[in-house]
Design a protein around this ligand. Structure first.
Ligand code: NAP
Length: 329
């Protein structure tokens, strides 16, 4: 009899997560109830926000409880459906977790178009991270042609798309990432005009000649402080993420509000979930750019569900080169 293999939260991480904070279990495959669908998953997403859900600190979503399956976007095929909108064989994406089989309400799933190749694009460039880049850049950052857009964690899942979208909008792009391999991807794959490897020296020195109109901030901390020193008048700072602070017991504020006065600048955070009413049209737009080659992407796939915790810890350490995913089967 096949079983459901899954990864659950064994303990709330104290600071940086450890593999012992996770448990690997085999349980019976659940059956779908009224209006529900059973999905056999092939890939799951590895994301920084999962760290937040492991903590009890107040946030925009309720925390995972000990014993819960690790929350994630995942894709797979429908095997059984009690919702007329889905049939066995349909490929779907949803918040289905780090597990091999998941039951979900039909209304919480989105179909992955058959033409999307590879289908894992629905977990990044044409899915949540691509849309995060899209809404953060265009709706919050509002770039204008000729402006300079700086992106931190620029080789990551969100960053690789944000930089290319800024380029499509006619901007000069500056990407910041850690290490020579990521720096090469920024230059050769994602077409950044200027590249800063922060492992190579001071970011503020490397930015000396830049005047930043839009800062797409994925990291916070010292890197962001260096960018804040190079703002142009009227700059927009898009707070997408603050990954450098996620494992800190006492996160350090990176920003001096007086800078907003000096540069008549605006700083705004956003959440991808607030744009859900525009997901379908935006996925179509992103898929078109991917199909024409205007939007390039890289995924970093770890084999085996049991290795998901290691991949997650690796991603928090900067080990992923592209969108971090786990291949379940
Ligand atoms: N607002 C939203 O709705 C939303 C949605 C999705 C994601 N996000 C945020 O977007 C950011 C990027 O997420 P992603 O999924 O694209 O992850 P990612 O960039 O693919 O992976 C995380 C990367 O963060 C960098 N990093 C880790 N610790 C760092 C530190 N101390 N200082 C500087 N960089 C560090 C590493 O890249 P380097 O090797 O280059 O340092 C690592 O590879 C995260 O902050 C995430 O929380 C926000």
């Amino acid at each position: 009899m096949p079983t459901n293999r899954r990864v659950t939260l064994a303990a709330r991480p104290d600071g940086f997560p450890k593999e012992s904070d996770f448990a690997f279990e085999e349980v019976d495959i659940p059956g779908p109830g009224t209006g529900e669908v059973l999905v056999h998953l092939s890939h799951a997403s590895i994301d920084p926000y999962q760290r937040g859900r492991m903590s009890e600190a107040r946030s925009y979503a309720k925390p995972m409880e000990i014993g819960d399956v690790i929350t994630s976007q995942s894709i797979g095929e429908v095997v059984e459906s009690n919702d007329a909108r889905f049939a066995p064989g349909d490929r779907v994406v949803g918040q289905l977790g780090w597990q091999e089989y998941a039951v979900a309400r039909g209304g919480s799933l989105r179909k992955v178009p058959a033409a999307l190749e590879p289908p894992t694009l629905a977990l990044h460039a044409v899915g949540a991270t691509g849309m995060t880049a899209y809404f953060g850049l265009f709706d919050v950052g509002k770039p204008r042609p000729g402006e300079t857009v700086v992106v931190s964690s620029a080789a990551g899942a969100v960053g690789q798309i944000a930089g290319q979208l800024a380029k499509l909008a006619g901007c000069r792009t500056v990407g910041i990432a850690g290490g020579p391999e990521k720096a090469r991807d920024l230059r050769e794959l994602y077409g950044y005009d200027a590249v800063i490897d922060y492992e190579d020296g001071a970011v503020s020195d490397a930015l000396r000649e830049e005047r930043v109109d839009v800062y797409f901030d994925n990291v916070g901390g010292e890197i962001s402080q260096a960018v804040h020193r190079r703002l142009n008048v009227g700059a927009r700072i898009v707070i997408c993420g603050q990954i450098s602070q996620y494992n800190e017991v006492r996160p350090q504020p990176a920003f001096h509000p007086g800078l907003l006065i000096v540069h008549r600048a605006r700083m705004e955070g956003f959440l991808i979930n607030d744009f859900s009413h525009r997901f379908d049209e935006t996925a179509t737009r992103l898929a078109r750019w991917v199909a024409t080659g205007e939007l390039r992407w890289k995924e970093d796939v770890t084999e085996g569900l049991e290795n998901a915790p290691r991949a997650f810890i690796g991603m928090l350490n900067g080990g992923n080169r592209g969108k971090a995913l786990v291949k379940i089967r």
